[in-house]
Design a protein around this ligand. Structure first.
Ligand code: FDA
Length: 308
């Protein structure tokens, strides 16, 4: 119930106005977001890379309804990639891109605009020796996102995508995308979805996650296990062993600020671990989804408001 209300609020401009206006919110946001400007993201990358982790950077923003904002997203990524390359932090690291921030919802031309903005980012990533993954948003965008993935992979075969186990369709998508060269980040799904398209019970989402993991681990692509759930991590390790996978043929991914100890423990055990580092001033939607994932975060948020 609570989680569903938070996910509804994540898309409400009224709730956005109220929550972002409270100064104490910032303190809680800092736990999940590296900072508001590129330099903050780069500083977080330096620290994580220094401790043996890999990163994927998200320049925060989503649901853009204006062409100039979509171009600003593209330019922000281009500036980020250039800064990382100048500091020797680009190689082997990644950017995560939301197509809705690149203009996907801009009417009839939206898909084309998003694809061309994403293409420009992928070209810069390639030149800098970086990777790129397309984040997955709500279910109405999936066909479009996978279509853009297919087209861009013709020029950037290392381009990755995200699949969400909450959705009924995802096992089929995993089968279609378990091929050689494919990079798929499997997550449980962070959006509020109707029961016509998605499992509603957490236990069903978890079981589906394991079924999807089985498909990806048995496939020929690179599974990217995007979860903080220790059970899923153990199952992924055991499926990797069962399928004779070497440690460098798959990776674990976790969000900045969540289970940092486990991130380091896995990396020290020889696994590849990539931390998803969000930065930027448009943190509202991202922050609300993190609150919705865990009621304890909301209690922490409420305490920080009351302690002012
Ligand atoms: P689960 O929700 O069961 O949590 C397991 C445990 O992890 C919890 O008990 C808690 O200890 C810890 N935990 C989880 N979330 C927490 C939080 N917010 N705060 C504190 N602790 C927390 N989704 C999507 O729809 N599209 C996308 O593109 C992405 N991209 C993405 C990238 C990466 C690298 C990750 C790790 C996740 C995403 N997600 C995502 C989010 C994903 O769908 C999902 O909502 C979260 O990862 C939470 O699910 P878990 O698998 O961690 O399990």
């Amino acid at each position: 119930m609570l989680s569903s209300a938070l996910l509804t609020a994540a898309r409400s401009s009224r709730a956005r106005g109220l929550i972002t206006a409270v100064p104490a919110t910032r303190k809680v946001v800092e736990r999940f977001v590296a900072g508001e400007v590129t330099e903050d993201g780069v500083r977080a990358v330096e620290e994580l890379v220094g401790s043996g982790l890999h990163v994927t950077l998200d320049r925060l923003g989503e649901d853009t309804l204006d062409r100039a904002a979509a171009e600003a997203t593209r330019d922000g990524y281009l500036a980020l990639i250039e800064t990382l390359a100048d500091r020797g932090l680009a190689s082997g690291n990644e950017v995560s891109v939301k197509l809705s921030a690149c203009g996907q919802a801009l009417g009839a031309d939206g898909e084309k605009i998003a694809r061309e903005n994403a293409r420009a980012i992928a070209e810069a990533a390639k030149a800098a020796g970086m990777l790129m993954t397309l984040d997955m948003e709500d279910h109405t965008t999936i066909d479009s996102t996978l279509g853009i993935l297919r087209e861009l992979r013709e020029d950037f075969p290392w381009l990755g995508a995200v699949l969400q186990s909450a959705l009924y369709r995802t096992e089929d998508d995993c089968r279609a995308l378990a091929h050689e060269g494919s990079r798929i980040r499997l997550v449980k799904g962070a959006y509020k979805e109707p029961d016509t398209v998605a499992h509603q019970a957490k236990s069903e989402v978890d079981k589906a996650y394991v079924r999807c993991l089985r498909i990806l681990m048995a496939g020929r692509g690179r599974p990217m296990v995007g979860s903080h759930d220790l059970r899923m991590i153990r199952i992924a390790e055991s499926l990797a062993r069962e399928n004779g996978r070497s440690a460098d043929s798959y990776e674990f991914q976790m969000l900045y600020g969540i289970r940092a100890f486990e991130q380091r423990r896995l990396a020290e055990s020889g696994a590849t671990v990539r931390v998803y580092v969000p930065y930027g001033d448009d943190w509202y939607g991202y922050f609300m989804r993190r609150l919705a994932e865990r009621p304890a975060n909301l209690a922490f948020f409420a305490r920080s408001l009351l302690s002012r």
